[in-house]
Design a protein around this ligand. Sequence first.
Ligand code: NAP
Length: 352
Amino acid sequence: MTERKIPVAILGATGAVGQRMVQLLADHPWFEVVALTGSERTIGRPYGELVRWVLDGAPPPRLAELVVQSSDTPLDVAIALSALPTDVAQRVEPLWAAQVAVCSNASAYRMTPDVPLIIPEVNPDHLELLAQQRRQRGWRGCLVTNPNCSAIGVAMVMRPLHDAFGIERAHIATLQALSGAGYPGVPSLDIIDNIIPNIADGGEELKIEQEPRKLLGTLGAAAIEPAALSISAQVTRVPVIDGHTALLSLGCSRRPAPDEALAVLEGFVPPPVVRNLPSAPRPTIVVHRAGDRPQPRRDRDAGAGMAASVGRVRACPLLDLRLVVLSHNTIRGAAGGAILNAELLAAAGLLA
Ligand code: NAP
């Protein structure tokens, strides 16, 4: 990379995901945060004065001094990392993408045919859609999205299993952390001593059923051909602060013995273009053989919050294989995932 750092804006920098981006980029080797944006509520005031910091410690001093700017007006940066709410992202992200590379967490454009939905370790080749996106939309920049916070960990673990055994059916039950609902999120009287068996009125389940099919799909001439895989998802919100757990049962075209599946998971190495990105975890997948792991409190920070942890890999009496997946929802599942996508764009020479 060049010695001058690449200028980056964080859109929606005051929210739960935006704060993670601020934290993760405070000392990044390639990127320098030069702008933070918010809503009418926060525009015009120094970030450090107005942000209700929900992470450990305090906002990085240099970034605390930046005055929050409008999310509506594209600024002179190379990359915009978006942590905007979906409805705002729908309106604002194309304005930025006309000029700069937008890496978005929002769900607004994930399933749009010419928008790559990317996990660098899973489907970096899908970035080839950007040539078509730029040509058709006349953008100098581009728009790339990262998946739903549960779909990310699930797809990271599915990738090597699908390549080896051909996943045809999946049942996925999730236990999702509170930080996934943003701040202030779920009222304490709803979630303490409780589990809520619904998120976003069924919308979360739809994302987990659709997004892995695009992620594991193949690059066609004009769009991604989704993987021929049917998924049934059931989601719950649980009283955990960070770390989404997913319980998977998989039916495959070739039934794997658990030891075979473990060997495939332990042997997973991401494509070469991804291996040396600054935020790429090594290993990508942490495999547990102890019977009581992975656990959110103990394992969510694996690979600085960027790895997927997997355990309890066993034969399934209903389908073929069952296992437990854990990933950090605001790091790998959101802020860190968008940053890794931005690193991939930079390494692949795809910035405007
Ligand atoms: P959040 O805590 O509610 O933060 C929302 C951010 O957007 C704040 O910075 C807020 O700024 C800004 N904003 C709100 N209304 C706006 C407007 N009208 N114009 C401009 N900016 C506005 O939400 P979050 O949990 O960080 O989630 C952000 C996005 O990431 C969402 O699309 C979410 O679905 C997605 N996501 C979240 C997670 C997760 O684990 N939390 C995981 C994956 C994806 P002010 O503070 O100034 O109001």
